[in-house]
Design a protein around this ligand. Structure first.
Ligand SMILES: *[C@@H]1O[C@H](CO)[C@@H](O)[C@H](O)[C@H]1NC(C)=O
Ligand SMILES: *[C@@H]1O[C@H](CO)[C@@H](O)[C@H](O)[C@H]1NC(C)=O
Ligand SMILES: *[C@@H]1O[C@H](CO)[C@@H](O)[C@H](O)[C@H]1NC(C)=O
Ligand SMILES: *[C@@H]1O[C@H](CO)[C@@H](O)[C@H](O)[C@H]1NC(C)=O
Ligand SMILES: *[C@@H]1O[C@H](CO)[C@@H](O)[C@H](O)[C@H]1NC(C)=O
Ligand SMILES: *[C@@H]1O[C@H](CO)[C@@H](O)[C@H](O)[C@H]1NC(C)=O
Ligand SMILES: *[C@@H]1O[C@H](CO)[C@@H](O)[C@H](O)[C@H]1NC(C)=O
Ligand SMILES: *[C@@H]1O[C@H](CO)[C@@H](O)[C@H](O)[C@H]1NC(C)=O
Length: 419
């Protein structure tokens, strides 16, 4: 090192510039920023599991390792709304071809209008969440859900048979409700609860009692579900606005990704770098006022990325799909954790208090191009990618800069699902 400094001291200023591209002043591993490709790839290898020709938003994996994807109709019709993957490049409509398209005059609670995600619960049922916003209105400003169309439906994973439908009550569809994601806790209450994020601009969170179908809508239009004012994200090194032709705007997408862990409900606000959690029992307690529910929301600090998807494992670890960072983050919500934080040893027991949450990176890799949904099974975390930020509404003059195929991957975590 000494010789090196002496050498530099003896040269003229112009010769400080290295044009060979192969110059590492202090040797590999000792410095950063010597090469343009000095981005760190973090974590274990990604294993490709499926290629989609069009961008998928939702993903589930059933107990037999079948992969399901959703192709929503937010920017127009898609042939199939929900599919099961039958090979690396092949798919079939699921649970049937007939259910994929509501037809004129059909009861919209019996067919798919605009399914956003599909998830597996802990008792072998697959659930779909349908925003109920038909494809022919979805791209219009102020698009509204159709009553009956906005719903969750459960199916038997073994037989694909429909089990039950819970329609979102008419009065909860006000203020442009836009159901985006769902998670089920089968052991909460008498017959379980479903939790749904409403990603509309006003935004809110719903809980549906799976026993009697009654529903509550909480946190409507509060700061913990609304986007940041004039939010600007970044993606692959470019800044992301919304565009209508040459008219510039800002994403206003609200509460989006969800996970259930440690008896809490976790969510992120998409057009922000914020995430929160609240006790599931508080969310379902209809005797509480809206102010009491808002006061119970926990704020563990920002997570450094826009995020569209969350999932959780059986040890209380919540995973955050960090689209701005080509990464998947994680945060431990229950002890033990890796290190002492604020004086609390990592080998403690119980739940981690919000102020001690430390978000970390599980994987970071150029192949993670807007991971959107994730599911955990048999030690693997599965996720899909869809390049959302490169889609027409987020690109200048509505150019579609997405370049498929859109790959789904899995990464080894050695843990099982929370739910
Ligand atoms: C759904 O409707 C679209 C448009 O009419 C059609 O292209 C597609 O094949 C239909 N899907 C199924 C599964 O029938
Ligand atoms: C885009 O702008 C056009 C023309 O001003 C308008 O009619 C349309 O509703 C806008 N689209 C959205 C999604 O806001
Ligand atoms: C699904 O169907 C199988 C075969 O009929 C049955 O054994 C199982 O109990 C069903 N599961 C659910 C969750 O209904
Ligand atoms: C929010 O709710 C208000 C009141 O219902 C409604 O006028 C407005 O259109 C909603 N905002 C958006 C962006 O949907
Ligand atoms: C929602 O909140 C925003 C920002 O605080 C406010 O401007 C707007 O009036 C509210 N809308 C409704 C429907 O309450
Ligand atoms: C589901 O609810 C039960 C009963 O309240 C609770 O013990 C459990 O922790 C919840 N599951 C998760 C993953 O949060
Ligand atoms: C945590 O580790 C410390 C130091 O190794 C030990 O003294 C303590 O008993 C451990 N606590 C638990 C709950 O395991
Ligand atoms: C925007 O795209 C349209 C075609 O979709 C094109 O005609 C127009 O010239 C473009 N405008 C600008 C400012 O690039």
């Amino acid at each position: 090192m000494l010789l090196h400094i002496l050498a530099l001291a003896g040269t003229s200023a112009a010769q400080f510039f290295d044009t060979t591209g192969g110059f590492r002043p202090f040797g590999a591993g000792f410095n950063r920023g010597a090469y343009p490709q000095d981005f760190s790839v973090v974590g274990p290898e990604l294993e490709a599991v499926h290629d989609s020709q069009t961008p998928p938003t939702g993903l589930a994996v059933d107990k037999d390792l079948n992969i399901y994807l959703t192709y929503p109709r937010n920017s127009g019709q898609t042939p199939n709304n929900v599919v099961i993957c039958t090979g690396f490049n092949s798919e079939e409509p699921w649970p049937s071809a007939e259910i994929q398209n509501c037809t004129a005059g059909q009861d919209p609670s019996t067919c798919f209008l605009n399914v956003q995600n599909v998830v597996l619960d802990s008792i072998g049922q697959l659930w779909v969440v349908d925003s109920g916003i038909p494809y022919y209105t979805a791209t219009m400003s102020g698009a509204e859900a159709i009553y009956g169309g906005a719903k969750i439906m459960s199916f038997n994973q073994t037989t694909s048979e429909h089990i039950r439908t819970y329609v979102i009550p008419q009065e909860l569809l006000a203020h442009s409700m836009n159901a985006n994601d769902v998670r089920i806790n089968n052991t909460l209450g008498t017959n379980g609860y479903a939790f749904i994020t409403d990603e509309s601009t006003n935004s809110s969170i719903l809980a549906i009692n799976l026993d009697d179908g009654s529903a509550v809508r909480r946190l409507l239009n509060t700061s913990v579900v609304r986007a940041d004012e004039k939010y600007v994200g970044s993606y692959d090194g470019n800044l992301i606005y919304t565009w209508n032709g040459t008219k510039k705007g800002y994403s206003t997408t609200g509460a989006d990704g969800i996970a259930l862990a440690s008896g809490n409900f976790y969510w992120g606000v998409l057009a922000s770098r914020r995430f929160y959690y609240i006790s599931q029992s508080v969310m379902i307690d209809t005797s509480l006022s809206d102010d009491e529910v808002l006061a119970a929301v926990q704020d563990p600090g920002q997570c450094g990325s826009e995020q569209a998807g969350f999932t959780a494992d059986d040890e209380g670890r919540v995973y955050i799909l960090a689209s701005e960072q080509n990464a998947i983050y994680y945060v431990d919500t229950a002890y033990p954790v890796d290190e002492t934080v604020n004086g609390i040893p990592g080998n403690s027991t119980g739940l981690v208090p919000a102020e001690n949450y430390v978000v970390k990176t599980l994987v970071r890799n150029g192949m993670i191009q807007h991971a959107d949904s994730a599911a955990i099974l048999d030690g693997w975390l599965y996720f899909n990618t869809n390049q959302l930020e490169l889609s027409p509404s987020r690109q200048y003059n509505n150019t579609d800069n997405r370049k498929g195929p859109f790959r789904s991957f899995r990464v080894w975590i050695g843990r099982g699902p929370a739910i």
